[in-house]
Design a protein around this ligand. Sequence first.
Ligand code: ZN
Length: 252
Amino acid sequence: MSVFTIRLTFHCDLGFFRGSRPGGEIVERTLGENTSVKDVIESCGVPHPEIGLILLDGQPVNFAHVVEKDAMVDVYPVQSLPTQFEKHRLQTCRITRFVADGHLGKLARNLRLLGFDVAYDHQAQDRQLLGVMENENRALLTRDRRLLMHAIVEAGYCPRSQNPDEQTIEVIRRFDLFDSIAPFTRCLRCNAPLQEVAKADVIEKLEPLTKIYYERFRRCTGCGQIYWAGSHFSQLQKRLDEIYARFAARDA
Ligand SMILES: [Zn+2]
């Protein structure tokens, strides 16, 4: 079989996975056997869940498409797609359920604060993360790009930033979550939904000053933790305000 050459262009921020600047790095791969376009792309370090569209010599193809001769391949991230080829997008844009890997505890907490359903166990092994992802139909959040390349991963995202607030904004953008934000509706400890409760129902568990000063309470339907608009919410509101402010700064 003859040898052929694939020239790949990684558009926009996919350069992150190549350690290069954003915007159009070209990589050449010489192949001696027919190979799926997914394998060619991942051999360059870019995980498939990050890819929103592939054009082969200008025409859209799916991950399984086999490359067998010289070709130009354009690879686009989910967030920066050309307006045409809408039917050939490779990822679901909007997903609201996640599983976060053990290194992303602060991101998981931020997302729960915003009301999103995030499975998180700081001791979870790769196998468990993939299991939760598959069984509970969640998108995988991890900075481990090898894990993201695992064949069973359908939806996932690798936060570019190491800063949890920036990561939170990245996830909101990638999965189109801004309109679904519902602060203070989910337990930060166990991820279960919170429910409004009457003061009378929780009064026995409250500290004396809390009993005097606060009227509105929510209780976790999972672990029973009680939240009120004092110590918890005011600190968390500050955190939310910071996230919103960063969001606005990025939009400007
Ligand atoms: Zn809870």
